[in-house]
Design a protein around this ligand. Structure first.
Ligand code: FA5
Length: 348
C-alpha cells in the first residue's frame, strides 16, 4: 500500500474514532492516540525520509492535510460535547415556574390594635392629630397637672406602680392632655388630638380588668367648645364601632380633671341589658370616662379658661374589643393563643 493510501485510511479511522467519542476523556484519548508522538501519523511523518525527493512534497502536504483534518474534527467534537453537557445540566436544573409556591402565613395586627386603628381612622377623618407619650411618666403629668395635688383622695382611684416618688408607670393616657396643651399655639386654632397607648394599674385582674391595658385619650380645646360637641363625638365613636346594635348611655361621674364629668356605658353584649356575670348584673359595660376640661387643668397648662374651653375623654380599646366581638374575658387578649387571636381578621 502506498503512502497516500495509508494516510487516507488513517484519516478515515481517526475521524470515525473522534466522532464516536462520547465524553471529554474519550476525546482526549483519541487526540493522544491519533495525533500523539507515538501515534500513526507521527510514525508516517518520521518515515518521510525514505521517500524519493519527487514524492516527498506531495506526500508531505497530504500528511499535513490529514493532521489538520483530525485536529479540526477533535476541536469540533470537543465543542459539541461541551454544548451537550451544558444542555444536559440545564435540563436537569430546569425550574418549573408553574408549580404552586410554598404558602407564607400572613400575619395581622392584634385585635386591640385593630380597634385602635379603626378609632385613629375615625378621628383623623374628623381632623384630629395623633400623639403618643411616655409610658414611664412623671407624677406631675400623671396627677398634679390634672388637678390631683399630692394627698388628694382621688389618687386612690388609680392604684399605681411607682418607680420613684416622682416617676411612675402612667395610670392613664390623660397626662397627654397637659403635654399637648403646653405645646399648642392656640392663636393658630383649636387643639384636637387623640393619644392611644398602654397604661398600668395595680388592679386585680378579673374578666374586665387587667393590670396593663390600653387607653385612647381624646382632647379638644378651643373657643366655644361645649358638652354638646362631646356628646356628638362620643355618639360617632359608638356608631362607628358598634353600628346601631348596642346602646350608649352617659351617666354623671367624677374625675378631678373634668367638670362636669360623665362615664359612658355600652349595652352588655352578653345579656343585651338583662344583667349577667360579665356586667355584674347591671346590663351595661363601662367603657370610657369623659367631661369638660376643668378650668384648673387649663390654667396649669397655660391656657386661659375665660377664653377657651374643652372636652376630654379616655376610652378603653380592650373593653371595646370585648364588646365588639363578644369576648367574655379581657385576659384572653394577652395570652397569645393563636387560635384565639386569628379569629379577628380585619378583612373578615
Ligand atoms: C380614666 O382613666 C380617665 N383618665 C378617663 C378620662 C379621660 C376621664 C379624660 C375624663 C377625661 P377610668 O379609670 O374610668 O378613667 O378609665 C377609663 C377607661 O379605661 C374605663 O372606662 C375602661 O374602659 C378602661 N379601664 C379602666 N381600668 C381598666 C382595667 N383595669 N382593665 C381594662 N380596662 C380598664
Amino acid at each position: 500500500m502506498g503512502m497516500k493510501e495509508k494516510l487516507a485510511e488513517l484519516r478515515q479511522q481517526g475521524l470515525e474514532a473522534i466522532e464516536q467519542s462520547q465524553d471529554l476523556d474519550k476525546i482526549n484519548q483519541a487526540r493522544v492516540k491519533w495525533l500523539g508522538k507515538k501515534g500513526p501519523l507521527t510514525q508516517i511523518l518520521r518515515g518521510m525520509g525514505k521517500l524519493s525527493p519527487e514524492e516527498r512534497p506531495a506526500v508531505g502536504k497530504y500528511a499535513n492535510d490529514v493532521r489538520n483534518d483530525l485536529q479540526e474534527a477533535l476541536q469540533r467534537r470537543k465543542q459539541e460535547m461541551e454544548k451537550e453537557l451544558l444542555n444536559a445540566k440545564l435540563m436537569a436544573e430546569t425550574v418549573d415556574v408553574t408549580l404552586p409556591g410554598a404558602p407564607v402565613a400572613q400575619g395581622q395586627p392584634h385585635v386591640i390594635q385593630q380597634i385602635i386603628d379603626q378609632l385613629i381612622d375615625l378621628f383623623v377623618g374628623m381632623g384630629y392629630e395623633v400623639a403618643t407619650g411616655p409610658e414611664v411618666e412623671e407624677e406631675v403629668y400623671n396627677f398634679e397637672k390634672l388637678n390631683l395635688p399630692k394627698d388628694h383622695p382621688a389618687r386612690d382611684m388609680q392604684d399605681t406602680f411607682y418607680i420613684t416618688p416622682q416617676i411612675l408607670m402612667r395610670t392613664q393616657t390623660s397626662p397627654m392632655q397637659a403635654r399637648m396643651m403646653e405645646k399648642h399655639d392656640f392663636s393658630k386654632g383649636p387643639l384636637k388630638m387623640i393619644s392611644p397607648g398602654k397604661v398600668y394599674r395595680r388592679d386585680t385582674d378579673d374578666a374586665t380588668h387587667s393590670h396593663q391595658f390600653h387607653q385612647l385619650e381624646g382632647l379638644v380645646v378651643g373657643e366655644h367648645v361645649t358638652m354638646a360637641d362631646l356628646r356628638g363625638t362620643l355618639q360617632e365613636v359608638g356608631r362607628n364601632l358598634f353600628g346601631d346594635q348596642l346602646n350608649v348611655r352617659l351617666r354623671p361621674s367624677y374625675f378631678p380633671f373634668t367638670e362636669p364629668s360623665v362615664e359612658a356605658d355600652v349595652t352588655c353584649f352578653n345579656c343585651l341589658g338583662k344583667g349577667c356575670d360579665i356586667c355584674k348584673g347591671t346590663g351595661w359595660i363601662e367603657c370610657l370616662g369623659a367631661g369638660m376640661v376643668h378650668p384648673n387643668v387649663l390654667k396649669m397648662s397655660g391656657v386661659d379658661p375665660e377664653k377657651y374651653s374643652g372636652f376630654a375623654f379616655g376610652l378603653g380599646p380592650d373593653r371595646f374589643a370585648m364588646l365588639k366581638y363578644g369576648v367574655t374575658d379581657i385576659r384572653d387578649f394577652y395570652l397569645n393563643d393563636m387560635r384565639f387571636l386569628t379569629q379577628f381578621d380585619e378583612k373578615g
